[in-house]
Design a protein around this ligand. Sequence first.
Ligand SMILES: [Zn+2]
Length: 459
Amino acid sequence: MAHQSLKIDHILYLLTLDGERRIIQDGAVLVENGRISRVGKAKELADARADRVIDGRAMVVTPGFFNGHMHISYAHPVRGIFPDEQASPLVHVFNLQSAMTEDEEYHATLLGLIELVKSGTVCFLDPGSTKFPDACLQAYEDAGIRVILGECVTDQESPWALPRFPPAEAVARTEGFISKWNGKLEGRLRAWAMPFSYETCSTGLLQALKRVADEHRTGLTLHHNTGEKARQDSVVRYGHTPTAYLQSIGVIGPGVLLAHCLGIDEGEIDCIARTGTTVAMCPVTAAKSGRGVPAHGRMPELLARGVRIALGCDSPNNSNHLDIVRAMNMAAIQYKDARQDLRQVPAEAALEMATIHGAQAMGLGDELGSIETGKKADLVCFDTLRPEWQALWNPVNNLVYNADGRSVHTVVIDGRVVVDAYRQTFADEPRLFAKVQEIGERLQARTGITFPRSKWPMS
Ligand SMILES: [Zn+2]
């Protein structure tokens, strides 16, 4: 499809996230052939003509948002079923996930994509939970979104229903997946190696998957929660802390994205920083599941060492929502409270993690993550003609502390408008919502995983 040129003109505040972090008032952006061709003051771009012009006078425009850890496939149809005090829902989570059919996964994914793009996410990483990428490809294509996919593999025992293969098969499947998918959708789809975690994979498998990722010049992500108990187990088993173990076997460095990263110690932070390893953190999941951010959250230390961190929303049954603006808000407020120190994780740092730093953490920072000439045109326009945006003095503070993704008005990915004045055009929402509710009923009936629908009498 040919690209139309696009101009967003007279932008109230244009947050470029460029090297100087310039914020341009009365700004303008010109998009040609899917890339940003000019950025500046509206008067500097007065001569620029485009096929379509969007009036930015009431808009705050930011780069598109990155979600570095987002299990998209299973949870929408059963979102919210777990009561608050359900101690460890993970066993149910994986049983539900492994019970999804192809058609169910397609529809759950489609709903996830709507929620993502309508709140400004232009790129997400699904850590291996999509079982039917062939079926979901159409949904990604229709949504116009960028996605990093992989096949989740393990070769060790696990308390959960995870896909387990003999090591050679796990490697072959990963190799096959990357060869088949990497670069599809005009480069919007990337395929990575996705071992579930160091605890569920043998050393040999982790090393082989890293080699596959390196050979294909792509990435590798895995779950990486450590903490006191995991550290002790790891020291007994491998003679190292979990992160030092990964370093000792060579599964670390640029191109390795560690998810969650709660409970890491000073030595592990140093190892991550020195090796150029990147991190995805899910602040809402950490808070909602009581992971103990005051004791285990190390985001400020990682930021201080220059580690590139992407934010994640984990899953619709962890953080429950897929709104990266709310994840920014949580990142910016939870460390102030945890440390009783208002200097922790400023609003600007939260916005960097959702944009330029997130893109860098996901290996896409050269082409994406900021509004600069030559970069791919991924843009989010927030509608400030809403009560939560008033009064407007500091657009970064208003975005991170006042707003949420529901004021996203228009989203551009690769120069194409995918959300236009609050509307997406790739799915019939009322029909899809009914379908997903039905899938949720079927899934609960089929698996027997169900909970009382309310603590209060429901008639
Ligand atoms: Zn995960």
